[in-house]
Design a protein around this ligand. Sequence first.
Ligand SMILES: Cc1cc2nc3c(=O)[nH]c(=O)nc-3n(C[C@H](O)[C@H](O)[C@H](O)COP(=O)(O)O)c2cc1C
Length: 129
Amino acid sequence: MYRLVYHSKPFGFDTSVLNGLLIDSRENNQKNSITGSLVCRADIYLQMLEGPEEKVLKTFNKIKADDRHLEIEVLFTDENIKTRLFPDWAMKDDPVKSWMWSQKEVAEGAVRKSTELEIMNIFKKIAAI
Ligand SMILES: Cc1cc2nc3c(=O)[nH]c(=O)nc-3n(C[C@H](O)[C@H](O)[C@H](O)COP(=O)(O)O)c2cc1C
């Protein structure tokens, strides 16, 4: 199985955009055996997609073309993962918590500077909620 984590900048972010996006994502992901989590705030999306490599890459190609966000950048990928972090979630959403990054830190590129381990630890905390 394959894991891909990227971040991006929301465009036109509000609750109805987010809810619509989550409804579509969950329906598609269920069909594609994709699970994961979407961390969201007006200034950031951080998403983990896990599942069959071909399905994850196909979905990510659609996501990249979506005009509801900008500056999409892959942070890391992992091939041959043995277990899912979000086995029961077609797409678990979570607002950015203050212990992650302030808006100022995000603006200054904190996400890009984080290590894979630091990002994985964020998702592990979300998975444990
Ligand atoms: C931040 C963000 C995250 C998204 N996550 C997913 C996702 O996990 N799965 C998915 O199928 N689509 C996701 N989308 C939506 C896709 O970009 C696209 O609109 C959708 O897959 C199209 O579905 P359709 O082919 O059924 O029309 C996301 C979009 C954004 C902006």
